[in-house]
Design a protein around this ligand. Structure first.
Ligand SMILES: *Cc1c(COP(=O)(O)O)cnc(C)c1O
Length: 393
């Protein structure tokens, strides 16, 4: 059974069997009535996950294309944006802007920290001429395992007219982001994260203010034109051939999320986060993010003194079949990342921690045997007890 791996990645996540089966359905005409029904069901389900009444656009492409679509459909060359970065994906937004002639003013925070809404408020207050057309920010920064406070950032915007564009590719469905209630203008998601699908779809929810900006935007785009996608979508179609099988999978994963409820999904992710953090600490490992900003989707764990991330990641995979991710950006040589996002169970986390302990023991690190699993399972049991009490009351 050497092919059975436990994927603990911040995407792609494992795919539930029901979703995999749904994707095996026979082909249909993407200009026919069956597709229209599928399209409408998927759109209605997505609005629940985005917690919005706005139109959701689905593009056949990975998450980065969703980021690119948001930028190129809403900001014109020569215009300015405020790019709030707390890690590698924030830096990607900056690169996209610069590739399309947009002036990205960077408000950077150190890796491992969240953005300070006060600093954003201060910068926007100084922009009395309203030169800043959009604020670009990550909901969940996957490279560091830090969750930004989007509600506070939205409040920090105050009455400044800049659009708030949020990359929630690794956040949506794992952490709360009520788009309409928090007055977020654009939210970007991706299929291979908490949606539990293979890679290949990006979804953007776009509110009325943002659609108005799209009307005036002069930037270059063709395939990633969200206005074209919206127009076709209203007819139950897409401008170009969609990934029909992924949409079948998405319909099924939306059913799974509906059954679990959004609140249930958030609670499961938080509990998995707390298990990983307790387990890693019990092994004497340091965590990159503080408890107050820790992501429910991914945890960046520092390697012990004298070890490189590859010394942990490679034996975990080769010897124990547990697949975790490396570091990115400025912490590339210091951390590895335990994903706990999407179709991951408590048992997967316990197995991953047991394997991590074994790898450290193999490497001669002094750790208390069984400590990680004991700590994590205690957290699990407490979390489950809370659940049962909540249901009972
Ligand atoms: C995964 C991810 C992306 C990029 O998605 P791709 O599908 O690899 O293009 C962008 N932003 C965040 C926060 C992500 O986690």
């Amino acid at each position: 059974m050497t092919d059975k791996q436990i994927l603990l990645l911040p995407g792609p996540t494992p795919v539930p069997p029901r979703v995999a089966l749904a994707m095996a359905r026979p082909a249909i005409n993407h200009r026919g009535p069956e597709f229209k029904t599928l399209w409408e069901e998927v759109n209605a389900g997505l609005k629940e996950i985005f917690q919005t009444r706005s139109e959701v656009v689905i593009l056949t492409a990975s998450g980065t294309a969703g980021m690119e679509a948001a930028v190129t459909n809403l900001v014109s060359p020569g215009e300015k944006v405020l790019a709030v970065t707390i890690g590698a994906f924030g830096e990607r937004f900056v690169q996209i802007c610069r590739a399309f002639g947009i002036e990205a003013e960077v408000l950077a925070f150190p890796y491992g920290q969240a953005a300070d809404p006060g600093a954003i408020a201060e910068r926007l207050a100084a922009d009395t001429a309203h030169e800043i057309k959009a604020i670009l920010v990550q909901h969940n920064e996957t490279s560091t395992g830090v969750l930004n406070d989007i509600q506070a950032i939205s409040k920090a915007r105050g009455s400044h007219p800049a659009l708030l564009i949020v990359d929630s590719i690794s956040g949506l469905a794992a952490a709360d982001l009520p788009m309409d209630a928090w007055r977020v203008d654009v939210v970007i998601a991706g299929s291979q994260k908490a949606f539990m699908l293979p890679p290949g779809l990006t979804m953007l929810a776009v509110n009325e203010r943002a659609w108005q900006a799209a009307e005036k935007c002069t930037n270059q785009r063709f395939y990633l034109d969200i206005k074209k996608a919206r127009k076709s979508g209203l007819k139950g179609q897409t401008p170009f051939t969609p990934a029909v099988s992924l949409l079948y999978g998405l319909r099924e994963s939306l059913h799974l999320l509906q059954a679990e409820t959004l609140a249930g999904s958030f609670a499961r992710h938080v509990l998995m986060r707390d298990m990983v953090r307790a387990g890693a600490r019990a092994l004497g490992l340091k965590l990159l993010a503080g408890d107050d900003v820790a992501s429910p989707a991914v945890t960046a764990i520092c390697v012990p003194e004298g070890m490189k991330p590859a010394d942990v990641i490679n034996p975990l995979r080769e010897k124990y079949g547990v697949v975790v991710a490396g570091g990115q950006g400025t912490v590339k040589d210091r951390v590895f990342r335990f994903g706990h996002l999407g179709y991951v169970s408590f048992n997967d986390i316990l197995a991953g921690l047991a394997a991590l302990e074994a790898v450290l023991l193999d490497a001669g690190v002094s750790v208390t045997r069984g400590a990680a699993v004991a700590a994590a399972s205690a957290v699990m049991r407490e979390g489950m007890a809370v659940d049962i009490e909540t249901i009972a009351s």
